[in-house]
Design a protein around this ligand. Structure first.
Ligand SMILES: NC(=O)c1ccc[n+]([C@@H]2O[C@H](COP(=O)([O-])OP(=O)(O)OC[C@H]3O[C@@H](n4cnc5c(N)ncnc54)[C@H](OP(=O)(O)O)[C@@H]3O)[C@@H](O)[C@H]2O)c1
Length: 369
């Protein structure tokens, strides 16, 4: 059996934490050996602490793992190489640097460090070229640890659809209106009396995050910083009574005109990870559906095992050039799956060997690499 790296999960009991547990079951590169959440959970076995909400069983290998205090000193000995972090922003701002300083590769879902100049904000298919920023981080220089972030759950789906078009035609303007699932607010999330039979046209800081993150993701690494992509963008974010899957209505203005066939070709030929063998990467990152009423969250969110962005309804826009619909799974492609794909890419690029604990486990027995 191939050696696997030890990984820990911060926020393991939450909405995104549960997805990590699910997606990491039987993973060929990584083995979950350490879990942490809040003080409410510390000391309990995972199956007793978690309110498991997924439609698969809790993996046997983690059921009786204990929840540790969320400090690097408490990380199991030998310590995990990678910490997948699924914490609220304020807590992430405090805890994630502690783990990076202790030599861990911290792969973060929160917005705490996404826009920090020396922290890469990465979607592997879009801007893997930004990963060298980790070499500028003080944690990397001192302990080998670093922080890499994945984007806001609405920005990921949108940017996957935009990137092939930005590369071929350039994009001048983006208008997007989202219909975001309630699981995007974590558990227990939006009260049922606020969302059932309703639409809430406000998600705090979401529009600002979408606009800023989209420009950083499509930007260019120049020396010690990313030069943001130069396009105008307006985002409207709404919460709707859908369990999982964010839907987005998008209009774009291109720099160079493109026909419908050229737009479709840009999406279908988008295969930027072909050189890597990444278990979580979807075969087709951007899938176009020709049916006039697709994509829909209930029917299409699990395409590519929840890692594909689905696009449909491509048609001319009378204000800009083209308009279309985008759908992506917010807790898989928009969160845990995105972080896992970043970790797989970092591993294939050899970036995990410098971390504190390049410890591996073979056939369930701990050994040091
Ligand atoms: N949900 C999504 O679709 C989504 C998508 C992209 C990004 N994100 C981001 O991912 C992060 C986590 O979101 P979520 O939806 O999973 O939230 P959540 O369901 O509320 O889960 C929060 C987790 O953090 C733990 N926690 C709370 N206080 C803590 C503390 N002081 N120290 C350590 N752990 C603590 C909780 O543990 P207890 O169970 O012990 O309370 C729980 O495990 C957020 O930054 C969110 O913005 C979420």
């Amino acid at each position: 059996m191939a050696e696997r790296l030890r990984v820990g999960i911060l926020g393991a009991t939450g909405t995104v934490g549960q997805r990590f547990i699910q997606l990491l079951e039987g993973h060929p590169f990584f083995e979950v050996t350490w879990l942490a959440a809040s003080d409410r959970s510390t000391g309990r076995h995972y199956e007793d602490a978690v309110r498991w909400k997924l439609d698969t069983s809790i993996p046997a290998a983690v059921r009786s793992l204990p929840l540790s205090p969320a400090t690097p000193g408490e990380a199991a000995n030998p310590a995990p190489s990678i910490i997948f972090a699924a914490l609220d922003t304020d807590i992430a701002r405090e805890l994630e640097p502690q783990f990076a300083a202790a030599g861990c590769a911290v792969i973060s879902n929160s917005s705490a460090f996404r826009m920090q100049e020396d922290v890469p904000l990465v979607i592997p298919e879009v801007n893997a070229a930004h990963l060298p920023l980790i070499e500028l981080q003080s944690w990397r220089k001192q302990s080998g640890g670093f922080i890499v972030t994945n984007p806001n759950c609405s920005a990921i789906g949108l940017v996957l659809a935009l990137k092939p078009l930005a590369d071929r035609f350039g994009i001048e303007g983006i208008f997007v209106s989202t219909m975001q699932a309630i699981s995007g607010a974590g558990y227990p999330g939006v009260p049922s009396l606020d969302i059932l039979g309703n639409v809430v046209p406000f998600i705090r800081n979401e529009e600002e995050k979408m606009e800023a993150e989209t420009m950083k993701l499509l930007g260019t690494l120049e020396g010690a910083a990313v030069r943001p992509y130069a396009a105008r963008m307006s985002a409207h974010c709404n919460r709707v009574a859908v369990e999982d899957g964010h839907t987005e209505s998008v209009s774009i203005k291109l720099r160079t005109p493109a026909t419908r066939e050229q737009v479709l070709a840009a999406w279908s030929e988008f295969q930027p990870l072909a050189q890597y063998q990444l278990p979580t990467a979807p075969a087709q990152p951007v899938e176009f559906l020709a049916a006039e009423d697709r994509p829909q969250p209930r029917l299409d969110r699990m395409r590519g095992a929840g890692m594909a962005t689905t696009v449909g309804r491509l048609r001319p826009c009378s204000l800009l050039d083209w308009k279309f619909t985008v759908l992506s799974h917010n807790t898989i492609r928009g969160a845990a799956g995105a972080a896992l794909l970043n970790a797989e890419l970092l591993m294939q690029m050899g970036e995990l060997s410098g971390t504190r604990a390049a410890h591996s486990v073979t056939a369930g027995t701990a050994v040091s690499a």
